[in-house]
Design a protein around this ligand. Structure first.
Ligand code: ZN
Ligand code: ZN
Length: 134
């Protein structure tokens, strides 16, 4: 029997806000964004819904930065660039050669690679410019 996922309006709004941004926001950040439109929304509700989305495979947690978990909606496999200066998280596309290499590696080791599990740390443009200015 087919099970229809029934999401609340708030859940949908949280997911849509997450899918619409490339900022990899924290629960707090999404809460601040949605609060004007949903005045009765609580931070706990945003957090709980994000956790549920992660559990169902609709979203991922890209990591904990400055003590805050940062989230991303699941779209296509991609890697992340994480700024160790300010916590900015950018998407990095994985080319077809890289994806083919991943598939070969999965076969070789019989290992399922997480499609969002790769990340690099470094410095973003703002942080590089700030470092040069000093
Ligand atoms: Zn930075
Ligand atoms: Zn991402």
């Amino acid at each position: 029997m087919a099970i229809t996922r029934r999401y609340s309006k708030k859940r949908e709004a949280i997911y849509n806000a997450l899918a619409a941004t490339c900022e990899h926001p924290s629960a707090e950040c999404l809460y601040q964004k949605l609060k004007p439109e949903y005045p009765d929304l609580s931070l706990a509700t945003v957090y709980r819904n994000l956790k549920e989305m992660v559990a169902m495979g609709d979203a991922i947690c890209v990591g904990t930065i400055d003590g805050k978990e940062r989230f991303d909606a699941c779209s296509h496999p991609h890697a992340h660039l994480m700024c160790r200066g300010c916590g900015t998280v950018l998407d990095m596309e994985l080319g077809s050669a890289w994806l083919a290499h991943c598939r070969e590696t999965e076969d070789k080791h019989t290992f399922a690679i997480d499609p969002y599990g790769l990340h690099f740390t470094g410095l973003c443009r703002q942080c590089m410019e700030a470092a040069q200015a000093n």
